[in-house]
Design a protein around this ligand. Structure first.
Ligand SMILES: [Mg+2]
Length: 314
């Protein structure tokens, strides 16, 4: 097939269809794509004008060339019906695409910082009972190990200045973060413990132990609101909510004994080597997506063929 030939109406229709099927859930990419129609292809132009009039795409003319831009309206049922698309085929959806390089979001407690170890020390001091990580049966450890009347004195200790800054980095975490920083932009996303010095101490701790600057630290319990390509967290809830909000993001559940045997539906990682392998794969996919995008932009009328070849290779 000559990829540089003049487009026909069928090329345009097929390109939009393939594009729609492949990238319907990728609003960033959709917002950037522009289909340029050759002046000789009146049929195709009329078809696109019709879509533009319906508000599904936008058109503009510059230097005598009319450009049509597909917008997020591609998700509109009306356009789907007009193009005769019954639904989206997830099997050919690319993993994700992000224009600024890969963004890796990392939880802090129990992924980078040994919060549980320090909390077990506090519990032992306050109650006289020594517990261990292996005994944890649920994500929220305090509910399992503390009587209601013991919560207040234990939390008072954890809220004291110095607790957060004295946490030890978990084995392998510093090296792991360093390797991730070579693959993308790393942000710490952490829910602050309700205590006055926590945010200040955690920010300094992340910079001192991991070289993560203040500008790359996000304090929130609503982690699903933070956009990124990967979220590494030990809490299944966070991963599930985040993946639901970011369908092209990849959630990695850091393995802890307290979540063992639960949530087989989440991608679980046990070591930093596993994390790096997953992230490297994601970087590879993204790079391939970018090449694919460039190829489609060079030959917009062969988009159907390019995407179909690519989905066959996946
Ligand atoms: Mg955590």
């Amino acid at each position: 097939m000559n990829r540089n030939r003049k487009p026909t109406l069928s090329d345009v229709r097929e390109s939009i269809l393939s594009y729609f099927l492949t990238y319907a859930y990728r609003p960033i990419w959709i917002g950037q794509i522009a289909i340029v129609v050759g002046r000789s292809c009146e049929e195709a132009e009329a078809f696109l004008d019709e879509l533009a009039e319906a508000g599904d795409i936008r058109s503009q003319t510059s230097d005598g060339i009319k450009t049509y831009r597909l917008v997020t309206a591609l998700k509109k049922t009306a356009l789907r019906e007009r193009l005769g698309v019954p639904g989206v085929m997830p099997a050919i959806l690319p993993a994700f695409w992000s224009p600024m390089g890969i963004i890796i979001l990392i939880d802090v407690d129990e992924v980078l910082a040994d919060f549980q170890g320090a909390a077990f020390d506090v519990i032992a001091r306050v109650t006289g009972r020594r517990h261990s990580r292996e005994e944890c049966k649920q994500w929220e450890m305090f509910g399992q190990f503390l009587q209601p009347e013991e919560r207040k004195p234990v939390f008072a200790e954890i809220r004291k200045p110095g607790f957060c800054s004295a946490l030890s980095p978990l084995p392998g975490a510093q090296e792991g973060v360093k390797r991730l920083q070579e693959l993308g932009e790393v942000y710490a996303v952490t829910s602050p413990f309700r205590s006055e010095p926590w945010v200040h101490e955690r920010t300094k701790w992340l910079e001192d132990h991991f070289g993560i600057q203040e500008s790359n630290v996000v304090f929130t319990s609503a982690k699903f609101l933070v956009t990124g390509d990967v979220l590494l967290d030990d809490r299944p809830d966070h991963i599930l909510k985040w993946e639901a909000k970011h369908p092209h993001g990849h959630g990695l559940l850091w393995h802890l004994p307290n979540t063992a045997g639960q949530h087989d539906d989440i991608d679980r990682v046990h070591t930093w080597d596993e994390v790096i392998r997953r992230v490297r794969r994601i970087v590879r996919i993204r790079r391939r997506d970018r090449e694919l995008e460039e190829e489609c932009q060079r030959h917009p009328w062969a988009m159907a063929e390019i995407l179909s070849e690519a989905s066959g290779r996946r």
